[in-house]
Each structure stands twice: as structure tokens, then as C-alpha cells.
Design a protein around this ligand. Sequence first.
Ligand SMILES: Nc1ncnc2c1ncn2[C@@H]1O[C@H](COP(=O)(O)OP(=O)(O)OP(=O)(O)O)[C@@H](O)[C@H]1O
Ligand SMILES: O=c1[nH]c(=O)c2[nH+]cn([C@@H]3O[C@H](COP(=O)(O)O)[C@@H](O)[C@H]3O)c2[nH]1
Ligand SMILES: NC(=O)CC[C@H](N)C(=O)O
Ligand SMILES: [Mg+2]
Length: 539
Amino acid sequence: MLPFPFLEQAPTVHDKILILDFGSQVTQLIARRVREAHVYCEIHPNDVSDDFVRQFAPKGIILSGSHGSTYEAHDLRAPQAVFELGVPVFGICYGMQTMANQLGGKVEWSDHREFGYAEVRAHGHTKLLEAIEDFSTAEGHGMLKVWMSHGDKVTGLPPGFKRMASTPSCEIAGMADEDRRFYAVQFHPEVTHTLKGRDMLNRFVLQICGAKPDWVMGDYIAEAVERIRQQVGDEEVILGLSGGVDSSVAAALIHRAIGDQLTCVFVDHGLLRLNEGHMVMEMFARNLGVKVVHVDASEQFMGHLQGVTDPEAKRKIIGREFVEVFQAEAKKLTNAKWLAQGTIYPDVIESAGGKTKKATTIKSHHNVGGLPETLGLKLLEPLRELFKDEVRELGVALGLPHEMVYRHPFPGPGLGVRILGEVKREYAELLRRADAIFIEELRATVDGPSGKSWYDLTSQAFAVFLPVKSVGVMGDGRTYDYVVALRAVQTSDFMTADWAELPYSLLKRVSGRIINEVRGINRVTYDVSSKPPATIEWE
Ligand SMILES: Nc1ncnc2c1ncn2[C@@H]1O[C@H](COP(=O)(O)OP(=O)(O)OP(=O)(O)O)[C@@H](O)[C@H]1O
Ligand SMILES: O=c1[nH]c(=O)c2[nH+]cn([C@@H]3O[C@H](COP(=O)(O)O)[C@@H](O)[C@H]3O)c2[nH]1
Ligand SMILES: NC(=O)CC[C@H](N)C(=O)O
Ligand SMILES: [Mg+2]
């Protein structure tokens, strides 16, 4: 496995937790939970060197789960320094097994595998589990409701360890050596199905490791600003501003650091949402005083898209035009040495995780992220160590309005992938208005039980333009007009998604308004497909 790029710019003043990744599907969740406890942490591959571990100087170390087994995968070991540094170590699932294996215990294949829900009994009084329980048995044993996913198990404790937890099929479901502050559990505290998992991780990092909970976005601004100033000096920075969350927060942060040395380029390809251009200019140029070049490239984009109906061909054209516009703008600046991007931590982990991308291309995602190296600019990525939630918190702390920071994502190719087939200005015009009505009603409709708006209860919602005509009747006359489909989904990672069960009354209001207010559309449908097999966007 390739080492993840070391976050050279990572703050050194904070207490840090090191998470060693053995390839579990849910390692990122461990990091999320630690960050939610306001403690800084980084994920690195399990095979980093002893020197790396020492130099990292962690307050504690967490070992993740893995697909592998200790008795066959010899490269899935923790560096020896992990156990010699004198800091607390927490092994999770495979992390527990390798801890047992490396410290002289025994791990064996089991014919009794455990997947999913399990009830675990806590033993002894350990600092990790003391007074944490979901219920107690008639005999007074403390019990935990947890999530398991293992086939192997620890069958012999390493010297110095005592048993901390068990299930009927797994005698040692947790173990601890409290003198050395080593703890391990066979279940997964990082997933929400383990009800008290968050408490356990909090307790590990805050009490057992004694890490300071000083990872707070409001305080982080000063640190990030200082770092950007040092990196950039008196050179100029250029940034592609989309109005989306990541590029907006990056722009606000960099502007706070270097003011007018930052120039943002906002490309209007004619496929933006209603008032998007106006809103971006209003917010950034007028309210925040950021230098924004608003490039109206709609002629250029529309011209090249004329007559093109294939979704992939459309995406390729849009991607290519983005690069053209951006390069032309960059050339106009005299002293630009930096290209800023809103890269966030999940992007860093995913692109460096050593996962070979052999999957079929379903869609070629496009943005200006893939700019050619011929631009000759250095990369400035101030959000590289943050998760999306943290980016949002930072945005609010920087003074960006809540509704901008909590927006649904909007794809780089914009309405270009929401107008099926050939893109025409006339279609974009109709779609923009229908989409705006849908979003307006979602924001205005509050769900009783949760007290949240339907916009906040959905992850992404939009209208899609179908270039087919159907017959209708309006004001006693015949109409023969276009159709729009409404799409609203709920998802946590956008890899899979469910269609949202919006209230009928809301759908009714939206369809009524679209048909009455947008001349040219006489029919509205609601998309009830989940992903997979459908995708979120229609193209
Ligand atoms: N219309 C645009 N003008 C300039 N740059 C753009 C435009 N659309 C996309 N980009 C660039 O492409 C990058 C990637 O887009 P992406 O949609 O992944 O992120 P985002 O727009 O910042 O955030 P979000 O995921 O919330 O939409 C943006 O950060 C931005 O730099
Ligand atoms: O920046 C982007 N450039 C693109 O080309 C692109 N295509 C899809 N998306 C967004 O990705 C998520 C998953 O979309 P799909 O289920 O349609 O693949 C959804 O959030 C989509 O809106 C894009 N974002
Ligand atoms: N989720 C895990 O870490 C599993 C560890 C090991 N592969 C097992 O099956 O027990
Ligand atoms: Mg976007």
C-alpha cells in the first residue's frame, strides 16, 4: 500500500491521535468520531516506519479493522514502535487481533462467525468500559449492544492482559492491559450501531490518552490563516469558485489570509441555477470584498454543445471548455504562482489509498480540478485536513451564511447533465425556473416531527428537463408542452441513495406552481428510483 501523503502542513500545536489503517471499510469513521470529540487525528497506513510513528508524537494510537487475518497476512502488522512508545493504544477488531498476536497472545480461525448485532458482556472494571452499559442482566452484568464483523478471534490473552468483554461465541471480545494503557475490542465502536461506541472513543482519547479537545474550527482560523500567509508570501493565488461549499469556504479562508492577493474565477457556462451568478457575486465580491472575475462563457459552452446528445460527449466538452476558460484567465494575471483548490480530507484519503481504480466508468465527473500541469502553478489546498462537516463549521465561523454552507452539492457540468440530450438555452431557461420553485418549496416546508425543512432533510434535490412533449389542457385550451421530473434523495455518501418520501402535499404544491408559473411545462413527475440501480443525476 502507498503511504498516504503526509500532511506536512498539519498543525503541530495540537495533541494528535494516530490512526493506523489496516484496510477496513470504516476507518474513516474512526477519524470522524475522534474529530467530533474535538481532537486532531490523522489516518496513515499500517506499514509506516517506526521513525514515522515516533516523529508523529501521538498522544494515543488506534489500530483499525481489516479484511485480513493475522495468521496469513504478514504485512498487516503494526510497527513495533506502537507498543514501545509508552502511549495508550486501542485495537479495534483486526486491530485487537494484531495486538494480541504481536504481544504474545493467540488468534485463531473460528467456525462461529459474528456479523451484525451482538450483545457483549463487560468484565472487570476497566477505565474504558467502567459504567458504560446499555442494560444489565438479571444477575447484574453490564451489557453492551454492539456491531460485530469478524471470523477470527483472540483465544489466548497476551501476558499482562485481562479479559474486558465476552459474547457466548467469543470468550475474549475485549481485553486490556491497564498498566500499559492498551485496550482492545472485537466489535466496532466507530459505527453508530454500537450504541455506546462514541462514548468509548471519547473516553479513550480524552481520558485515557489525555488529549486536549482543542480542535475547534473557530480557533482553527487563526492557525490556518498564518500558515497560508507563510506559504504564499507576496505571490498571487487563483481559485475556481463554483458557489459550492468547498470552493466557497476555501475562498473565504484564503481571502482572510491574503486579501487581494487572491483572485477567484467564477465561470458562468450558461448552465447555472437561477440567480446563482448574482448570488455568488453579491456574496463574495460585494459582501466579503473578494476579487472575483465573473466570466460569461455561455456562448462558448453553448456553441460547443450544439447538436451533441451523448451524455459522455457532453461531459467531455464541458470539462474541456472549463480548462480553456481557466487557462485564459490565469494568463491574464501577472504574478499568479498558486492554484487554490477545495480539496478535503476524504479526497486525500481516497486518492492515495492505493485502491486501483479498475471499475467501469459510469460517468466522467468534471470540474476544473484536473487542470493541466502546463499551467505551472503550485497547489494551495487549505482544507486538505478537514472533513466536510468541519469545512461547513469553518465556513460558518468565517461568516458565510448558513444557507450557503449547508447547500446541496451541485455538479460542475451544472444543468448540462440535467437537460437530457441536446442542451439548448431555451431548455435551460425553463429548467432553471422549475428547479427554483422546487427548491423554494423544499426550504419553506417544515416537517412536523423533526422541525427541519425538507431541504435540510434531503441530501440533494433538483428538477430534470425531459425534451419530450405531452398533451395537456389549460384554460379550456389544448397544450402540447415539455415535462420535468423532480428528484430528491437521501444519502450519507452519495455512493448509494434512497429517493426521499416527500409529503404528497408538498409535491402537489410544487407541481401546481411549476405548471402555472413556467409557461412551456405542462407535466411534472417524481422520480422514485434509488441508487443503484439508477444514479442520482440523470446523465
Ligand atoms: N462554475 C464554476 N466556476 C469555477 N470553478 C468551478 C465551477 N464549477 C466547478 N468549479 C471548480 O471545480 C471544483 C470541484 O467542484 P465540486 O462540485 O466538486 O466542489 P464545490 O463546488 O466546491 O463543492 P460542492 O461539492 O459543495 O458542490 C470546485 O471546487 C471549483 O474549483
Ligand atoms: O462535481 C461534480 N462533477 C460532475 O461531473 C458530477 N457528476 C455528478 N456529480 C455529483 O456526484 C454525486 C453522485 O452522482 P451520480 O449518482 O449521478 O453519479 C451527486 O451529488 C452528483 O450531483 C458531479 N459532481
Ligand atoms: N472487521 C475485521 O477487522 C475483521 C478481522 C478479521 N479479518 C476477522 O475476520 O476476524
Ligand atoms: Mg459543486
